[in-house]
Design a protein around this ligand. Sequence first.
Ligand SMILES: C[S@@+](CC[C@H](N)C(=O)[O-])C[C@H]1O[C@@H](n2cnc3c(N)ncnc32)[C@H](O)[C@@H]1O
Length: 325
Amino acid sequence: MQHVPVMLPEVLRYLAPSADEVLLDGTFGGGGYSAAILDAAACTVWAIDRDPDAIARGAALAARHPDRLHLVQGRFGDMLDLLSARGVAALDGVVLDLGVSSFQIDDPARGFSFRSDGPLDMRMAHGPGDRGPTAADLVNGLPEGELADTLYQFGEERLSRRIARAVVQARAEAPITTTLQLAAVIRGVVPPDRSGIDPATRSFQALRIRVNDELGEIERALAQAAQLLAPGGRLVVVSFHSLEDRLVKRFMQDAAGRTPGPSRHDPGGLVDRTAPDFALLTSKAQRPASAEAHANPRARSARLRALARLQTSQPQTSHQGTYPA
Ligand SMILES: C[S@@+](CC[C@H](N)C(=O)[O-])C[C@H]1O[C@@H](n2cnc3c(N)ncnc32)[C@H](O)[C@@H]1O
């Protein structure tokens, strides 16, 4: 079991770590990005993952880089609090590699996969520390309409109503507790299409996003990363589906003053859009090189976007005085 880092050369190019800088890898996972950043420059890396298994696996890498890699278990949507509790108030770079890792997908016990049987869990932060609802709680507990809305909203599943009806019929006989049970119910009502994608793909994505509040996490993380970036600091985000990429694109365009008129982040139009604090480093989403997409199926849907805080911008008031000289 291994996680092959996606778009690593591009991540390093836009993150551009250099000596003495302080960077955040908000999605440590298998540590592929962190290891490469630590090798690229004599910098310090803070690494967050909400999955305690990922943090435990990172101990060996941290031991190889004493005082340069600091692992923190928690959510990237809480990065401001997690870092300030450890005395870090400004960053020269932040990278986020969204979604789940191969470690999580490949372990049937985590309940992410419709290819092998496991408990219908899908919580990234599983274990005693996470008391949030599992996918089984949602599948067996949500009213039919809300289940359909979830599949439509977070999976862009056109047949959401049909699936929700089948789930409600199935669970009336016995609770749906395993991944293969749910996949069988979905496959029973969604015909395979010509793309060859498993009919359960979109529904599993939807449940995973809702169980982990993934879109809420991304919104909180982007806003906090922008707050933490020192002048000249870079934010690099790799996303894997359109719901994620839409949030990232919109946020970066807003931050760089590229959206016309008042935005969702600034409904009153109070920000001076003629003098933005950030500049886009990628004018459009970057895609993996064809060799990578060919070699690593996970990379095929990847899109990378990056922006930088302008050197001339003023640090956030709450952190003034704490930026590196
Ligand atoms: C795609 S993997 C990252 C792989 C990593 N870049 C590497 O090279 O090994 C995504 C990781 O982000 C973590 N993750 C997802 N959402 C998170 C969140 N809101 N807060 C912290 N970690 C999160 C997952 O647990 C998973 O380990």
